[in-house]
Design a protein around this ligand. Structure first.
Ligand SMILES: *[C@@H]1O[C@H](CO)[C@@H](O)[C@H](O)[C@H]1NC(C)=O
Ligand SMILES: *[C@@H]1O[C@H](CO)[C@@H](O)[C@H](O)[C@H]1NC(C)=O
Ligand SMILES: *[C@@H]1O[C@H](CO)[C@@H](O)[C@H](O)[C@H]1NC(C)=O
Ligand SMILES: *[C@@H]1O[C@H](CO)[C@@H](O)[C@H](O)[C@H]1NC(C)=O
Length: 472
């Protein structure tokens, strides 16, 4: 393991150095931004993204940018459907293929793949992930670490290439305390991101102080069992169900009241309608963000100004591996409507209604709940649209007799024995303090992360590369 393992605590956070990786769809002055694509290779921006400025001000050293699924998994067929996609999670033309560390050729899940793997191995103290639908929670669970997908608006998306409607920036770390400390640093209002004006408190909470071993005592936790199926490919399996049963019993013993089921009132309608509605909104947002983003570039060496330039460049550049990896997702973006037309606004209103009143808020109000729990693999679709926070905590590992499941491209293993999986805590917007308490108590009661080791370990010590005089 690397020799410097600094532990960040609330009392010493400011001015303390720790190591962090941040995902490469964030602009930084020293490292540029590529989103994994050769399109932005060598492109520069005039300043750091606001959350990066906060990290640096807090004394964080940014070690580098991690590999991501190119364009946050939107490049290829069926964006986000890992069993059908024509590209692969954690692959980008710039970075190559990131692998998970618990199984040979493990699918690291995406799109914050490198952030998950780097954290799992201790290459960095923690990392930043960026999520619209599962991009923090998915890779965090398969890297056996903590992932916090904050409420949309709690962290600034200034100079982050992501949907401004549904995207969020959050911490990935090996312990809940570390993740909470990092959230404390990056959270808060930002003049460059209007969504942050919705933060309902004056000062960002000291999140790490909510790491309370007794937090589950008296908490009302619901299980939205009717939402354990995301679509045909993503449904809770027997292992997930056994994991939920175990988790519920542990929480009950810790003094929580478990309400099971606490179903999403209109989940079937959400399943029926949300695919088309979310596609319409998501593609329109992506197109708009692309157009906005290029205006921030100081240098734009490939002279890419819109989505059609981007598609053309991707098809022509050999490192982009076209057509073996198609551009169906980008073509979807190219055909998208403008972001502000009524058909997009109507789609958003309808799907929001189903996810909020018909989903998380509906279930929580009906049963007077503090939080919900779900298997992490099916926990994000409603939460994405509800702009709600999700935290994943390691829950277990696939057992010996698990059959192998390949990804769509058949180059990575999605599922087999020893692969880690997580438990998600979901809550109402801006209730991170509660979720952090429950997730921490659960982490401390179970300590699942320590039960299985990665199949690879880094061999290089920081002092080997930093030199003898570095003081390390
Ligand atoms: C991306 O991952 C590959 C495979 O692990 C690695 O060789 C490469 O250095 C990584 N790239 C970056 C930019 O971290
Ligand atoms: C921890 O949680 C318990 C149970 O909710 C509560 O009684 C206690 O005051 C909390 N401790 C701290 C330090 O917040
Ligand atoms: C969802 O779609 C199925 C299949 O088309 C249909 O049978 C069912 O009634 C629909 N449910 C709702 C609540 O719309
Ligand atoms: C990906 O899709 C393209 C276009 O349909 C096809 O030419 C290519 O063979 C596919 N790649 C793989 C690995 O299936």
């Amino acid at each position: 393991m690397p020799s410097v393992q600094l532990k960040l605590t609330t009392t010493t956070a400011h001015g303390m150095v720790f190591r962090s990786w941040s995902k490469d769809n964030t602009a930084t002055t020293d490292l540029g931004i590529t989103c994994g694509s050769c399109v932005f290779y060598g492109a520069t921006v005039g300043r750091d993204a606001s959350y990066v400025q906060k990290l640096r001000k807090a004394g964080v050293i940014i070690l580098g940018k991690s590999n991501l699924s190119e364009w946050g998994n939107i490049r290829s067929t069926n964006p986000g459907n890992f069993r059908k996609s024509n590209s692969s999670n954690g692959w980008s033309a710039v970075g190559g293929q990131t692998l998970g560390v618990y199984y040979p050729n493990q699918d690291p899940i995406g799109s914050s793949s490198g952030s998950g793997v780097a954290t799992a191995l201790g290459l960095a103290f923690a990392a930043i992930g960026i999520e619209v639908g599962g991009s923090i929670i998915g890779p965090a669970q398969r890297s056996n670490i903590i992932g916090i997908k904050p409420t949309v608006g709690l962290t600034s998306r200034d100079l982050v290439f992501i949907s401004k409607r549904q995207g969020t920036v959050g911490p990935m770390a090996r312990t809940l305390e570390d993740a909470a400390s990092l959230l404390e640093i990056i959270g808060g209002k930002c003049p460059h991101d209007p969504e942050t004006s919705k933060i309902p408190f004056e000062h960002i909470p000291k999140y790490a102080r909510f790491c309370n071993k007794s937090a589950l005592k008296g908490a009302r936790i619901g299980i939205p069992r009717n939402a354990f199926r995301d679509n045909d490919e993503a449904a809770a399996d027997e292992i997930d169900l056994a994991g939920i049963a175990k988790a519920a019993s542990i929480m009950k013993d810790a003094g929580a009241e478990i309400i099971d089921p606490a179903d999403y009132p209109e989940y079937e309608t959400f399943l029926n309608e949300s695919g088309a509605l979310r596609g319409r909104v998501g593609f329109a947002d992506w197109k708009a963000d692309m157009a906005r983003y290029v205006t921030n570039l100081v240098d734009n060496p490939q002279n890419i100004n819109n989505i059609d330039d981007l598609v053309e460049f991707t098809q022509a550049h050999p490192k982009e591996e076209y057509p073996s990896r198609d551009v169906a997702g980008l073509l979807g973006v190219s055909k998208a409507m403008a972001q502000d037309v009524p058909r997009v606004e109507e789609a958003w209103e309808r799907v929001r209604e189903l996810a909020v009143r018909g989903g998380i808020n509906g279930a929580m109000k009906k049963h007077n709940l503090d939080a919900l729990i779900m298997p992490s693999s099916v926990s994000t679709s409603v939460a994405t649209v509800a702009l709600a926070p999700v935290i994943t905590v390691p829950l277990g590992f696939y057992p010996e007799n698990t059959g192998i499941v390949w990804n769509g491209r058949r180059n990575l293993v999605l599922q087999d024995k020893n692969l880690p999986f997580g438990l998600s805590f979901i809550g109402l917007p801006f209730t991170e303090t509660k979720l952090i308490g429950y997730a921490y108590a659960f982490e401390q009661l179970t300590k699942v992360r320590d039960q299985v080791d990665p199949i690879v370990m880094p061999k290089t010590e920081l002092r080997d590369v930093a030199g003898k005089d570095s003081g390390i």
